[in-house]
Ligand binder design. Sequence first.
Ligand code: GTP
Ligand code: MG
Length: 266
Amino acid sequence: IIMAKKQDARAPIYNLVVVGLSGTEKEKGQCGVGKSCLCNRFVRPSADDFDLDHTSVLSTSDFGGRVVNNDHFLYWGEAGRTIEEGQECRMNVVEQTEFIDDQTFQPHRSTALQPYIKRAASTKLASAEKLMYFCTDQLGLEQDFEQKQMPEGKLIVDGFLLSVDVSRGMNRSFEDQMKFVGNLYNQLAKTKKPVVLALTKCDEGVERYIKDSHAFALAKKNLQVVETSARSNVNVDLAFLTLVQLIDKSRGKPKIIPYFEALKQQ
Ligand code: GTP
Ligand code: MG
């Protein structure tokens, strides 16, 4: 009976989705905005488990394997953190991306034919027997990795982490990214779920882009900004835990610390 009680009292679990500019090279330039790296650093923070390279250009067979499962989202797994006063907190992490066919360089066809910004704002995700993603090398070699399924093959989304790449970016203009982010934000706002703006790649951040992102957030009411770097492992937990606090107001508020201050505190 005691065991059963303990089970019931397990920490609540929050389903968090990381979104941001995605698409073909025409839309996102030569390199992504940092969604995968942010997820990787949060779910598997140790240096051995952190990979900077998570390509979205896939063969048809990798797209159809059980990890990608013909979806344009990845299940990154579950993360646990002890937040203030020893409170346990569990989070499922999903990345909304767009997988590109390595033959045609067009998005892979999936059952959901909606454009990214509509799809990324979905609050119900379903994918039967979808496996947790680790890394690019896992695709096609699923049996060589731990096979953990997305719980019950479905998730109800509790909140969104909207990423904005504030580095120089490769053949992509910051203005174009912000236009996309603005449209995406409008879709997310319709869901009434909490949103946190996560500035990515702050280790290479361009001052003007950081300022513009803060101005963008100020113009939306109550949009909090966290300056992160997955590469330097700065403020990644803070971004996710700030979102959890917005979802569950009964939890304490983490103090927002700018990138350079957080870097000094490491
Ligand atoms: P798609 O899913 O393809 O839309 O891209 P994404 O948003 O998941 O981007 P991803 O995380 O794959 O990052 C793309 C590239 O950006 C990486 O291969 C790294 O080279 C670089 N990058 C990611 N995070 C950081 C960071 O914190 N700092 C720096 N300097 N570079 C980063
Ligand atoms: Mg990605």
